[in-house]
Design a protein around this ligand. Sequence first.
Ligand SMILES: [Zn+2]
Length: 95
Amino acid sequence: MATRPPTPTKFCDSQVECINDYLDGKLEAERCRELSAHLELCAGCRLLLESSRRMLQLVRAVAPAPISDSLRNRLSFALNQRMAEKRQRMGLANS
Ligand SMILES: [Zn+2]
């Protein structure tokens, strides 16, 4: 007699994006309400949220800074360069 696991732990594909956004803090308030209502009913998605959250905590523990200093420097350098180019082009157009 084969025993089945007591609860199916399948999550809903349609909610995966919401759960990711929720964990990123990007989920809109309305969709957030929908998601929490869904989580009340759906053990699979609850499990997915919990395991994703735990994984995220592990990742953050290893790399606490989301953007490294060198990346930040590169970004601001690129931004400054683009602004300088834009100023140059505007200067040429005016002369
Ligand atoms: Zn679900």
